[in-house]
Design a protein around this ligand. Structure first.
Ligand code: GTR
Length: 338
């Protein structure tokens, strides 16, 4: 086949262009290759079921991290204690086997004693006072105090107030608790608190409380409205007393071992995302508290309201007196937060 001069020139141009295009593609491939980069997948352990406000807060946190890293960092939330009960999970976070967890500061205080301060009875004047403490300089100092124990403080969630409940009798004054076997979180301070009320404290993981109540191993426990409802404890322990002895903040902690593998920018994105998830969780919490109360009342629980908390507070003086100087100093500063 004979080609004209014009056709030959066109063919040469086309060949060169194809070659140049292929080279360009190679360059682009080696420089960025975004599609080929696998995301960093991190795991977060949560004790509550999927529809619970803290779990939804965790998911919001994960969603913000994914969005703000353009999908480079994916946090998978494992609800319903799939990765273990709180104390065991905290240990795994410490060793880097689990990357994050959302827990109550109560079991965390077994690892970093200063956190006992935050779960002292009748410490906060109100929910608002608690949030001022958590989001102010004291909250930041407490986060920093976690680092020597290999944890990184990431964020706080709303915990509501905790109340006593039992299967035996209505409780309207501290003396009514005498002799009742009350489950507490795995926390020395909580053992002291319940003992100071004259009850028999029984530390036990959250997941074992329902059967404990059902079989009579324990007579009662203490928790906020949403936990009392979501666990169905209200079905087996119908006397609920609104003494509001504690507000024990919920916290998200990260594993120092996992997080130090990330860049400083990514660590900052993660911390900011957790803070930005707080208003969402607080909103869900307020709604769930009302819904849980309605469900519990409809389920036939006998609710005892406590108008005068003074006798309850008076019983707690022994617990305050036992605290270290470091904790006493922190209590003083918390009281001064306006
Ligand atoms: C809930 C808290 C859980 C868990 C539980 C318990 O209020 O959200 O993280 O600590 O109490 O009593 O074990």
């Amino acid at each position: 086949m004979k080609l004209s001069k014009f056709a030959l020139a066109a063919l040469a141009t086309l060949t060169l262009a194809t070659f140049a295009f292929a080279e360009g593609q190679k360059d682009a491939g080696s420089a960025a290759a975004p599609a080929a980069v696998k995301p960093i997948v991190l795991r977060l352990a949560e004790t509550h079921p999927v529809d619970y406000p803290t779990t939804k807060g965790d998911m919001k946190f994960a969603e913000l991290v994914k969005e703000r890293t353009g999908g480079r960092i994916v946090i998978e939330v494992y609800p319903g204690s799939q990765l273990g009960q709180e104390k065991a999970v905290i240990e795994q976070v410490q060793f880097g086997a689990i990357d994050f967890t959302r827990v109550s500061v109560s079991p965390l205080a077994a690892f970093v004693k200063l956190f006992d301060t935050l779960q002292l009875p009748y410490l906060y004047r109100s929910e608002d006072h608690m949030w001022k403490v958590l989001l102010g300089p004291i909250g930041k100092e407490l986060f920093a105090s976690l680092e020597p124990a290999n944890f990184i403080g990431i964020g706080w969630f709303e915990p509501g107030a905790r109340n006593f409940y039992n299967s035996k009798r209505p409780v309207s004054k501290p003396e009514d608790l005498a002799g009742l076997k009350i489950r507490v979180q795995e926390s020395e301070l909580m053992v002291g608190l319940v003992s100071a009320f004259g009850a028999v404290a029984t530390p036990m993981p959250y997941g074992e409380v329902y059967s404990g109540l059902q079989t009579g191993v324990i007579d009662g426990a203490e928790n906020n409205w949403p936990s009392y409802e979501s666990t169905s404890h209200f079905e087996v322990a119908k006397y609920y007393t609104l003494d509001e002895h504690t507000r024990v903040p919920e916290i998200i902690i990260g594993s120092k071992i996992s997080l130090q593998k990330l860049s400083a920018e990514d660590q900052a994105i993660i911390k900011q995302a957790a803070l930005d998830a707080i208003p969402y969780q607080r909103q869900l919490w307020a709604e769930r508290e009302k819904a849980s109360e309605a469900k519990v009342r409809a389920g036939g629980s006998i609710i005892t309201k406590i108008d005068d908390k003074a006798p309850w507070q008076a019983r707690m003086q022994v617990l305050y007196a036992k605290q270290s100087n470091e904790i006493q100093a922190l209590i003083k500063r918390i009281n001064e937060v306006k």
